[in-house]
Write a protein that binds this ligand. Sequence first.
Ligand code: HEC
Length: 291
Amino acid sequence: MLSHLNKYLKKTIITIFVSLIPLTVFSEEKNTNLIETKWTFNGIFGTFDRSSLQRGYQVYTEVCSGCHSVQYLSYRNLSEKGGPEFSIAETKAIASQFEVEDGPNNEGEMFMRSAKLSDKFTKPYPNVEASTAANGGAYPPDMSVLAKARAGGADYIYSLLLGYEEAPAGFELDDGVYYNKYISGNKIKMSEPLFDGIVEYTDGTDSSKKQLAKDVTAFLVWASEPHLESQHRIGFKTIVYLIVLIMLVYMSKQKVWSRFNSKPEEEDEEIFDKVEKVITKYEGEDTKTFK
Ligand code: HEC
């Protein structure tokens, strides 16, 4: 039994390992031109780095939120497990810095009040038309699902933020259009948003352009997948559960079928010999000459 189990375990482990290879190697459409970074949130055990998410929130608020909304995030999400995990008090303080429209009041009028945990993130512009008009005809996309919507995800956003360069000689650029190595066509209507030290991190981390880009990218990945960590946990538990289940099914199959398989042929022959001997005794004759 044990040797069977060992053999089976080995087989199972090899099968699982082999079936996971395509997941890790081929799952993402690789754009070899992007800057590849070892993100903490990749892989089945991936988790976010809390302080990076908190800094990323700061970069988003101080820089990107001037043009980009994240319409699906509420302030309470900032305190939830698996996210930046600000304390409730910190999150309330963050929300109270923003003004949202509420109402109508008793006189039927709308009024402004400071945001609460249950409010959605405030938007820089009331609608797509207003944001497009304010940005020279280009719409700054909502960032709720941006990290998922673009091929390359985190690597793409990170590369894009660091991909601003002088346009090569002869490359035509209109006013308000900038050269970026990583956007298709190399033309983008967003001026370079990040520079060394543009944000002064409250936790004292050196705010180099790379660090800013890394933190805000992590924040945007979390914004588009707020439940990533719990999904990874559930996925892992499911795999363990399936392995145990497969082993149990295999062991019960062995047990049920052992009655049919375990008696080798020699044993059958032994029984046959015994019966023959009994008959010979009765007949008083040698089995070989018995007719
Ligand atoms: C001054 C306004 C402004 C600011 C500030 C700004 N953006 Fe943008 N962003 C835009 C506009 C406009 C576009 C659309 C560009 C286009 O379509 O050519 C854009 C597009 C993008 C895109 C999408 C590119 C694509 O593939 O379509 C990303 C990613 C992005 N911005 C990230 C950021 C991040 C991160 C920040 C903050 C660090 C930021 N932006 C700050 C205006 C802004």
